[in-house]
Design a protein around this ligand. Structure first.
Ligand code: HEC
Ligand code: HEC
Length: 351
């Protein structure tokens, strides 16, 4: 092979570099032109927003030490279970409830279009994502709301009637059996009576003021509006089977007797999981933002439903249960929005 002299090599390298630079420039220009014609918002380099000091809030502080956190059993092992088909149907029902049981459901039309998974993230497997880790181990249990011992089926129907503002499923229906089988499979490693670390919803600390719907609206517009929309109606899937982004209020949302209508449930859920992508290890909202969002969303219209047998013993109502009568002297308004600490202290003093 003929040796190339050093100066020639340098020249070749240089001109190749220039050519690459030129084609890169053409490429970038073409991309910019394409993006501006296709209506995509381009960042402007001149007016890059300078964040005010108080807007730069490093919230990210793990809500719970991940050590010892419940992890769902490995889904690929489901095939080894003799009930595999039923368990898989159960998971599908949790993830795609609307397809089977929503307004156009192919099995039955008994619910509002939400999927269980909209609130029980990734089919109820996410730590502090309202998971089902404690269901198999703690039900049946006596609950204050019904004043009776509730089995898993009754608890599931509670979410159908309230969170999905719908009707109940019969205990012997294939769908109910499948969901129960799935929850039992999820909870297989949890000893009876125990509640694993990271079960359910994050218990967010009370504020020393009442939660403020007006402040919450401002946070909503900054952090939630892109997906759940200004009117809170989210975005329905084009094929009518549920939502890409579920509604947060209005006629298609959970009703006033649902768990999320309680401020602490809503605030704890969003603190660890919203805006979508936040986790308990990397939360995005401050506690105040989470509470104020709960106040804003739960101050807007949504379906109501009367359950005359709820709370036979009113002293069992949680502090943030927003409907009287109460066993203490505090108002409905304070029970709904707080401040809760004075109520908590008064109850502790009585006992
Ligand atoms: C709009 C939100 C939402 C939807 C949709 C929803 N749930 Fe729930 N669910 C909740 C909340 C809130 C709780 C109470 C969690 C707590 O207090 O820790 C709950 C609790 C439960 C529990 C009891 C968990 C425990 O550990 O005690 C079960 C079981 C359950 N839901 C099943 C379902 C099923 C099945 C569906 C679908 C048919 C469903 N949920 C849909 C919000 C929802
Ligand atoms: C990037 C999109 C996105 C953003 C931003 C976002 N969410 Fe969500 N949100 C979702 C999705 C998707 C779900 C359903 C999760 C699923 O099915 O896996 C959801 C579910 C919910 C739910 C439970 C389901 C329901 O409809 O009641 C609540 C409550 C909620 N979001 C509140 C909020 C709040 C408050 C904010 C602002 C802090 C927010 N979200 C920001 C995408 C988003």
């Amino acid at each position: 092979m003929k040796k190339i002299g050093k100066p020639l090599l340098l020249l070749i390298t240089l001109s190749m570099g220039l050519m690459a630079l030129a084609s890169a420039l053409v490429g970038v220009t073409a991309l910019v032109l394409f993006l501006s014609f296709s209506g995509v918002d381009l960042p402007s380099w001149e007016d890059e927003p300078v964040l005010a000091q108080e807007e730069v809030k490093p919230v990210s502080k793990t809500l719970m030490d991940p050590v010892g956190m419940w992890v769902a059993p490995d889904w690929s092992e489901v095939e080894e279970d003799e009930n595999a088909e039923l368990i898989k149907y159960g998971r599908d029902l949790i993830a795609n409830t609307s397809k089977y049981l929503g307004p156009n459901g192919k099995v039955k039309k008994i619910s509002n279009g939400l999927n269980c998974q909209n609130c029980h993230l990734q089919a109820g497997t996410v730590p502090l994502g309202n998971n089902y880790s404690a269901v198999a181990s703690t039900y049946p249990k006596v609950r204050g709301r019904s004043g009776t011992s509730e089995d898993v089926q009754m608890r599931i129907n509670g979410c159908f009637q309230r969170s999905l503002n719908g009707e109940t499923l019969a205990n012997d229906s294939k769908e109910m059996q499948a969901m129960v089988a799935y929850m039992n499979w999820l909870g297989q490693g949890v000893p009876k009576g125990e509640k694993p670390k990271g079960a359910g919803i994050f218990e967010i600390a009370y504020l020393d003021r009442s939660a403020d719907p007006i402040k919450g609206k401002t946070v909503y517009e900054k952090q939630c509006v892109v997906c759940h929309m200004a009117d809170g109606q989210g975005m329905a899937k084009p094929d009518g089977t549920g939502y890409t982004y579920p509604p947060l209020w209005g006629e298609h949302s959970y009703n006033q007797k649902a768990g999320l209508f309680r401020m602490s449930r809503f605030a704890g859920y969003v603190k660890a999981n919203m805006p979508f992508g936040a986790t308990y290890e990397n939360p995005i909202l401050t506690d105040e933002e989470a509470w104020d969002l709960a106040a804003y969303v739960n101050s807007l219209d949504r379906p109501d439903r009367d359950f005359p047998n709820d709370w036979p013993d009113i002293s069992k109502k949680p502090i943030d249960h927003p409907f009287g009568p109460y066993a203490d002297g505090f108002s409905e308004l304070q029970h709904k929005y707080g401040p809760y600490i004075p109520i908590q202290k008064a109850i502790a003093k009585k006992q």
